[in-house]
Design a binder for this molecule. Structure first.
Ligand code: CMP
Length: 138
């Protein structure tokens, strides 16, 4: 069972001033912050992070959006972290997300959906390593 996942508060949620409320929900849901940083992605770095979606029709829109402004990246720890965090954020499309989830509360659309959560233990490790060195983890 996984005990770590990776998340990003995306440029839409950051620009709308929702970062504090989202971090509060994450901590209150029982996730421990292992690493945390505010940064921004160049279009090259955003493209690399989402390279698995390179062939999808929404790829260029996704890269443009993710490099539009600041983001907050974090590694989170909790028993069953990947699955529990995906429950907390809700479905990728906020219109389909359950009430009370982060995307239902803070996201506007499928493309601009406020927050990312890793979809597997392996991706949680890869995505965490993309942003954080060992020295940046507590
Ligand atoms: P995320 O969970 O970060 O992983 C990939 C992202 O691609 C996803 O959230 C959405 O922001 C975006 N995405 C997925 N499907 C679509 C789509 N059909 N149109 C636009 N963006 C999408």
């Amino acid at each position: 069972m996984s005990n770590r996942t990776f998340t990003m508060i995306k440029p839409d949620a950051f620009a709308n001033g929702h970062s504090g409320a989202i971090l509060d929900m994450i901590v209150k849901a029982g996730f421990r912050l292992v690493a945390l940083k505010m940064t921004s992605l160049s279009s090259q770095k955003a493209g690399e992070f989402y390279s698995v979606h390179q062939a999808r029709p929404f790829y260029s829109e996704l890269v443009e959006f993710m490099s539009r402004g600041p983001i907050i990246a974090a590694i989170l720890e909790k028993e069953n972290a990947v699955a529990d965090f995906r429950k907390l954020i809700g479905a990728t499309d906020p219109a389909k997300a359950d009430p009370g989830t982060i995307r239902k509360l803070f996201a506007a659309s499928l493309g601009e959906n406020a927050i990312h959560g890793s979809d597997s233990d392996e991706n949680a490790r890869t995505e965490s390593d993309f942003f954080f060195s060992n020295l940046e983890r507590i």
